[in-house]
Design a protein around this ligand. Structure first.
Ligand code: HEM
Length: 424
């Protein structure tokens, strides 16, 4: 029997807790042809070059074959047009530009930053709930509810519908998880959920069309730009994309963040003393232990000479962002978590035309949740290290992160303790 390639070992769930030694081995061959004709790219400069290369396509119709190890391939609402993460220019650029207008600067500069106090309130409430017990699951108790609550607010899902919306979000995440059934079964489940979610979003769009509010769906419906407004199909595909692309990723960022804080004694206390550290710390997390480990969904449209090889046209590509983030040719001392690192153009959000649309929101959520957790859980200890991981090699993160603590500091006291004078 042929020996498993390094990439096969990366895909094996047994490697999920620590794939980084395998990534170091992958980097010995920056662009590596696999037995099935696909190419695995693992070094920083080569990944960045390919993500900026117009001869590399994200459109599944150009992809010669999708495997079960590529959950991103299954994403996308059935019966709807392709969402923009899976489109190439010019369709991608038009839809992304339209979707960006009600989400961020220059058209809507206050949307995400304006959510900060509200997000803090939500995170504070979630951590308040941990009082009266001495063990929390950071995933289920904090990291998981925050992003879905945030995306509901942004899309304009009314509070009374949020439990239903959350159930769909859960079902989609479940259907992406390869341990919950065969690809066929999961695709069927996923299609069913997508149909229900699509129907719900369609009704929501009707309601917002009648009474536009200050939410993203209303913004998309009433857009007066020369490219707009979006068709109803594109709007539903975009809203579903925002839910799917922004949920598990942000859960992983907050959970990986807490895990990293607890693996570095003194770091939670330092973050409490120096709240401004959260900015560089968040970027370092996105480099050191990113939520998206690889992009398995690209294909070449032409021969591309790169490194010491030429990738032929019509080859599937897997771009291992997490390996590029530890490339010593780009980052000094790459295996060290350095929360003060400043030269840090990591690949955690990708790069090029598909660079993460929701990055400002994801950063804000992590920057709100992690300092709250660091300040308020008194004497926190990891229960199991490493924690159990979800099997996905793409969206990599713990399934649970159990933490023991002595008590939960009250929020008001925390505010006082966080002030520079009180903390010295
Ligand atoms: C820590 C959290 C997140 C991480 C690590 C992350 C990571 C990424 C990465 C690596 C890509 C590039 C995909 C590619 O090139 O194929 C991407 C694209 C995207 N992300 Fe995120 N993401 C996060 C949060 C979010 C959130 C909160 C949203 C929505 C509000 C979002 C929406 C999107 C969208 C729509 C795209 C596609 C952009 C395009 O095709 O132009 N992401 N994200």
């Amino acid at each position: 029997m042929a020996q498993a390639s390094i990439y096969d070992q990366v895909l094996d769930p047994a490697s999920r807790a620590d794939p980084y030694p395998l990534y170091a081995e992958l980097r010995n061959t920056p662009v590596a042809r696999q037995a099935d004709g696909s190419y695995v790219v693992s070094t920083y400069h080569e990944i960045a070059a390919l993500l900026h290369d117009p001869r590399v396509s994200s459109d599944p119709r150009n992809h010669p074959g999708m495997s079960d190890a590529a959950p991103a391939a299954e994403e996308g609402p059935p019966g709807l047009p392709l969402d923009f993460i899976r489109r190439d220019p010019p369709g991608h650029d038009r839809l992304r530009e339209l979707a960006m207008r009600p989400f961020g600067p220059p058209h809507t500069p206050g949307r995400i930053d304006g959510l900060r106090p509200w997000l803090t309130e939500i995170a504070t409430g979630l951590i308040d709930n941990l009082a009266g017990q001495t063990r929390a699951d950071i995933v289920d108790d904090v990291a998981y509810p925050l992003p879905v609550t945030a995306i509901c607010k942004i899309l304009g899902v009314p509070p009374e519908d949020q439990p239903r919306f959350r159930a769909w979000a859960d079902a989609i995440i479940d259907a992406v998880d390869p341990t919950t059934g065969t690809l066929h079964e999961r695709t069927r489940r996923r299609n069913r959920v997508n149909a229900e979610l699509g129907q719900y979003l369609n009704g929501l769009a009707d309601a917002h069309a009648r009474h536009p509010g200050d939410d993203l769906i209303s913004g998309l419906l009433t857009d007066t730009s020369p490219h707009g407004p979006m068709s109803r199909g594109d709007l539903l595909a975009t809203a579903t994309l925002l839910l799917v692309a922004g949920h598990q990723t942000t859960v992983n960022l907050i959970t990986n963040g807490m895990l990293t804080l607890l693996r570095h004694p003194g770091l939670p206390a330092r973050l409490t003393r120096e709240p401004a550290l959260i900015v560089t710390l968040t970027e370092e997390l996105l480099r050191y232990d990113p939520p998206v480990h690889l992009l398995p969904n690209r294909a070449t449209l032409a021969d591309i000479p790169i490194a010491d090889t030429t990738i032929p046209a019509a080859s599937p590509l897997a771009l291992v962002l997490a390996a590029g983030n530890r490339d010593p040719r780009r980052f000094p001392d790459p295996d060290r978590f350095d929360p003060d690192r400043t030269d840090n153009q990591h690949l955690g959000f990708g790069t090029g035309i598909h660079i993460c649309y929701g990055a400002p929101l994801a950063r804000t959520e992590a920057q709100v949740a992690l300092p709250e957790l660091a300040r308020r859980l008194v004497n926190p200890r990891l229960v199991t290290d490493p924690p159990p991981y979800r099997p996905s090699p793409v969206l990599r993160g713990p399934r649970h992160l159990h933490v023991d603590y002595d008590t939960v500091a009250p929020a008001e006291q925390v505010v006082r303790a966080a002030s520079p004078r009180a903390s010295t």
